[in-house]
Design a protein around this ligand. Structure first.
Ligand SMILES: Nc1ncnc2c1ncn2[C@@H]1O[C@H](COP(=O)(O)OP(=O)(O)OP(=O)(O)O)[C@@H](O)[C@H]1O
Length: 360
């Protein structure tokens, strides 16, 4: 049974349509991430689940209970929704110890005494902060404060955990670590989680499924692998991971192969897809790590190989980013081995690595 069902939810403010007819089901225990650029409506969606914002139309059900139904005039107040929410600016109460911060959250829900103490001990244990119960927030590192904030979100056993960019104020190294234990924590507790981020690395690492949003629309829902390997549109391809996105004309269509033309008579092979006609302009994408430079394998299809001049070579630690031009398109390739700019060499664009998008 789905734990969260959002049906035809829209949000309008004045003349501005912020969410367009969103529908989404989240399974019990699932970790789902709303991913998209700033202003695409992620927080508005999360706030609608939390009851902090009232949508203009649609219906939200959690665990079979209707929390919002515009047509039926139902809107359950946040405090009656039984959800744990943590924002980017998770402030712990500075004048209370860790223990008191959690106790206060329970107290609001009239959970006190031995039951409260047991829940607090359990929540602090979950985030590995049980030894710090007597400390004040000011005596903890940023990462520790953040774990306490998560414990505070979890302490009363919410049905859903709603997290809005909870890792964004940690430095890069701590964020990687925090990401790992957040995933682990969610697996251990099994609490259905909706996570908001504009960071695609975080989304790929954490999620069971990712919901990609663009301008108030859901544009793709899928596992991290599906989103990464089969982006539904050039927007998704561009937003998730790096991609070379280019425009080309469809020159020929064979059973399994499309031949795409670039300026200067360059021909690129791609897998055939439906909905594309010969003569049409299409968008296509290939990931930098799929391009093979300096290809000499005699078994490769020569039609996939092009002589190119290396325009630029940038060292980025574990890999080199190498730029070259084909027709009027500049491509970037990535590989571990350095190659000096200015050389002419072979670039192989494997047919299967090219992703063609049917015109919208
Ligand atoms: N109260 C409001 N009045 C007018 N416009 C609003 C209001 N709240 C949100 N918006 C607009 O709605 C759109 C979606 O906002 P939302 O905060 O949901 O985006 P987001 O994807 O969470 O962005 P970010 O990653 O920057 O937090 C934005 O264009 C925003 O400016």
């Amino acid at each position: 049974m789905a734990d969260i069902v959002i049906e035809n939810m829209s949000r309008t403010i004045g003349a501005l349509k912020i969410l367009h007819d969103l529908s989404l089901s989240v399974a019990e225990g699932e970790f789902i991430t709303l991913l998209g650029p700033s202003g695409c409506g992620k927080s508005t969606t999360l706030n609608a689940l939390a009851g902090l914002d009232r949508p203009s139309a649609g219906r939200i059900t959690v665990g079979g209970r209707v929390l919002y139904d515009e047509d039926a005039g139902i809107f359950v107040e946040p405090r009656f929704r039984d959800l744990g929410m943590m924002f980017q600016s998770y402030a712990l109460w500075p004048h209370m110890t860790v223990q008191q911060n959690l106790a206060f959250t329970l107290d609001i829900r009239r959970i006190t005494g031995a039951v409260a103490r047991e829940k607090i001990a359990h929540a602090l244990d979950l985030v590995d902060m049980d030894r710090y119960a007597g400390r004040y927030p000011g005596e903890l590192s940023g990462g520790q404060q953040q774990r306490v904030a998560l414990a505070r979100t979890l302490v009363y056993g919410p049905r859903l955990m709603l997290l809005d960019e909870p890792l964004s104020n940690l430095d890069a190294k701590l964020r990687d670590k925090a990401r790992d234990w957040l995933r682990d924590l969610q697996r251990r507790t099994g609490v259905t989680t909706v996570y908001v981020t504009h960071d695609q690395t975080e989304a790929l690492a954490l999620s069971d499924r990712i919901v990609v949003m663009e301008a108030g629309h859901i544009v793709q829902v899928g596992t991290p692998e599906q989103i990464y390997q089969q982006p539904a549109s050039p927007f998704v391809a561009d937003f998730v991971g790096s991609n070379n996105i280019f425009e080309a004309r469809v020159l020929r269509r064979q059973e399994r192969t499309l031949t795409l033309g670039l300026a200067g008579g360059i021909e690129i092979l791609a897998p055939a897809i439906d909905g594309v006609e010969v003569g049409e302009l299409v968008k296509a994408a290939i990931r930098p790590e799929e391009i093979v430079l300096g290809e000499t394998n005699p078994e490769s299809d020569p039609a996939e190989i092009h002589a190119v001049e290396l325009l630029d070579s940038v060292y980025q630690g574990a890999r080199h980013v190498l730029a070259f031009r084909l027709g009027d398109v500049e491509f970037q390739a990535e590989q571990a081995k350095a190659i000096a700019a200015g050389q002419t060499l072979h670039a192989r664009l494997p047919r299967e690595a090219i992703h063609v998008f049917a015109p919208a």
